[in-house]
Design a protein around this ligand. Structure first.
Ligand SMILES: [Zn+2]
Length: 457
């Protein structure tokens, strides 16, 4: 690979609070070598690209995906949407490790991948049917060294704690890992404050992990609560609707999240359908790109659980009005945490949820985040902050010398309107240019559109 010089760049570098105009960037092989205004030293053989009128943004990072639940031919969709790195937060160990090897070596086209291995629960009861392969259990505190030690030895990039793990096991896992890798959790039974105080690095889903701190005491989920219970999601939505963000539990949670600098992975997109409604979803062009495997799994789940509209793509988690009010509460939690100095990172659960597709799910998350905390903060959440969370700040998340040349050329101004990130002209991963339209053309769409039509009937 040779050197490329980009001139006249409008730069959002993931560090500054304002874009800078008239910047030059030098990329050598897979890394950014220099960033500067005006004249900077240029290698003799460099290709020069003038980007007047265009914006360069760091490649986006989705911190909550399930890559083994999507077809391999859908993985280039991440790049097509500008997502150059992703963190798999739950998959069968051998499968995710192999996929990480294939993606990071370039054998498989797609994002850089970081993996956490399986969802670790206290028992193997919390997910069954088509999602069972994601789950593994740490049945007691005594089982922690062998189970967690084995995962660390296998080379995972972090640990994911799941819904029904009890507090003593959660604390034992965090203590055993001792900050060697980041730990995150999708909590249900254990209160997030317990995990925060024990030293956890991140929480997943505003909708679920901190729920017990925000809802009224009588609405909390305790031992034996199950996401597969038909009453689960309606109760969750109701609890959020009634939640008082100024109550003591909420204030303590915000204070602890800021104090301990715990990353909040938002997944606001879980309630997108509630906000925009099924008609908008039917018109959504992203729908053509839903991975067939994810769609089929969701349909199997509906069949497995019986009459369960809450698991069906055509029926969001809740009645529209309640869902919208819950989403607005989540956006308010996000804004309050951000303004207090807390860490927000964006995630989507793509693959786990069939809708919307990989990559484009993060663009939608960004739009919901920007409503809550503004465009610049939303962009930092899915670039610089996410990279620090992955402990990859020396490699990813910002446009600065020494970082990988993972960057997006955007034909628009994503600060004025974050939706302009969809006007992607070129996506660079490690200095290699990808044409988003070319990538999209390679993903077969007609069959998918048909399948998605049926599911949104
Ligand atoms: Zn997930």
């Amino acid at each position: 690979m040779a050197s490329i010089v980009f001139r006249n760049v409008r730069l959002i570098d993931g560090i500054a609070d304002q874009p800078r105009d008239g910047v030059s960037l030098v990329v050598e092989n897979d890394r950014i070598r220099a960033v500067g205004g005006g004249e900077i030293p240029v290698p003799g053989n460099a290709a020069v690209i003038d980007l007047k009128g265009q914006t360069v943004v760091p490649g986006l990072i989705d911190t909550h995906v399930h890559t083994t639940l999507m077809d391999k031919e859908s993985l280039p969709l991440f790049l097509a949407a500008g997502v150059t790195s992703a963190r798999d937060v739950g998959g069968k160990l051998e499968k995710v490790l192999q996929l990480r090897t294939d993606l990071n070596s370039g054998a498989q086209l797609g994002p850089r991948l970081f993996v956490l291995g399986p969802l670790l629960d206290g028992s193997d009861q919390s997910l069954d049917g088509p999602f069972a392969e994601l789950l593994d259990s740490v049945p007691s505190v005594d089982a922690v060294p062998e189970k967690i030690g084995g995962l660390l030895k296998a080379g995972v990039d972090g640990i994911k704690i799941y819904f029904s793990m009890p507090p003593d096991t959660v604390r034992a896992v965090i203590k055993f890992v001792d900050k060697r890798v980041p730990i995150t959790a999708h909590l249900g039974y254990t209160h997030s404050l317990d995990a925060i105080q024990a030293g956890i690095d991140g929480l997943e889903h505003v909708l679920i992990s901190p729920y017990n701190e925000f809802c009224a005491v009588g609405m909390q989920f305790g031992l034996g609560a199950s996401m597969l219970d038909p009453a689960f999601f309606p109760k969750l939505i109701k609890g959020w609707e009634a939640a008082d963000l100024k109550a003591e539990g909420a204030r303590t949670w915000i204070g602890s999240m800021v104090d301990k600098q715990v990353n909040m992975g938002t997944t606001l997109d879980l309630l997108w359908l509630a906000k925009f409604g099924i008609d908008a979803a039917r018109r959504d062009p992203d729908r053509k790109l839903i991975p067939p495997m994810a769609l089929a799994r969701q349909q199997q789940m509906v069949a497995h659980l019986g009459e369960r509209p809450d698991w069906d793509i055509g029926n969001p988690l809740a009645e529209t009005a309640s869902g919208v009010r819950a989403l607005e509460k989540h956006q308010l939690v996000t804004r309050t945490l951000h303004e207090a100095g807390g860490l927000i990172v964006g995630g989507t659960d793509c693959g786990g949820l069939s809708y919307p597709p990989p990559g484009f799910a993060l663009l939608r998350e960004l739009e919901l985040l920007a409503e809550a905390i503004g465009s610049m903060a939303a962009i930092k959440a899915v670039t610089a902050t996410a990279a620090r969370y992955l402990r990859q700040q020396e490699n990813l998340g910002t446009i600065a010398p020494g970082r990988y040349a993972d960057m997006l050329v955007v034909d628009g101004d994503p600060i004025r309107d974050v939706r302009e990130l969809r006007r992607l002209k070129t996506v660079y991963r490690g200095g290699v240019a990808h044409d988003p339209q070319g990538l999209l053309a390679q993903v077969p769409q007609r069959a998918r559109e048909q399948a998605a039509m049926e599911s949104t009937r």
